[in-house]
Ligand binder design. Structure first.
Ligand SMILES: Nc1nc2c([nH]c(=O)n2[C@H]2C[C@H](O)[C@@H](COP(=O)(O)OP(=O)(O)OP(=O)(O)O)O2)c(=O)[nH]1
Length: 157
């Protein structure tokens, strides 16, 4: 007798992401002056999150009815306890993750905020010079951006 053809495994998606759905996300390059130029705040995802322990820029999903700037201001308040002044849009990146989820990321520059940085959701946070970013294990969607920042091909000024 012929063996039944095994079903192909469905691609594993980020929980909460439907097939074909694009996550609209806003994220911040929070900058401070360092001794050798600007430093940027980078954050590490928790071990129990999807894409565990990867590094990213703080931010999150844009909810219905929000502008990207409004969403980012809300997320930075929830994640870091700060009231951020959202600066200029830097770059917009669309990326298809291998698990089937797609993201549309809008990055903004943040140079000023009120309040003390308080790590409320991340495994770890660090201030880093741009040249060091390519040595961190960043989310795949961010790899082009961090390389361009490290190579000085994208300016944040
Ligand atoms: N914040 C942030 N998210 C990024 C970056 N790069 C990147 O691919 N992403 C992806 C990871 C996630 O799939 C998505 C952000 O959604 P999320 O689920 O982590 O954030 P959220 O705050 O909406 O969290 P949740 O409500 O879904 O739990 O964008 C980045 O640099 N920063």
């Amino acid at each position: 007798m012929k063996k039944p053809i095994p079903k192909l495994n469905r691609p594993r998606r980020t929980p909460g992401t439907k097939a074909g759905e694009v996550r609209l996300v806003a994220a911040a390059l929070i900058l401070r002056p360092g001794e050798a130029g600007d430093e940027v705040l980078v954050c590490q995802r928790k071990p129990d999150q999807p894409m565990a322990l990867k590094w990213e820029f703080p931010g999150g999903k844009i909810e219905a009815g929000e502008s990207a700037e409004q969403a980012l201001k809300r997320e930075l308040n929830e994640e870091l306890g700060i009231d951020a002044e959202i600066g200029r849009p830097l770059i917009r990146i669309r990326h298809n993750y291998r698990n089937g989820g797609a993201v549309d990321l809008q990055f903004f520059v943040v140079r000023s905020f009120a309040g003390e940085l308080d790590n409320r959701i991340f495994n770890e946070m660090r201030w880093m010079g741009f040249e060091k970013l390519p040595h961190m294990d960043f989310l795949a969607a961010d790899l082009g951006l961090i390389k361009d920042l490290a190579d000085g091909k994208i300016s944040v000024s």
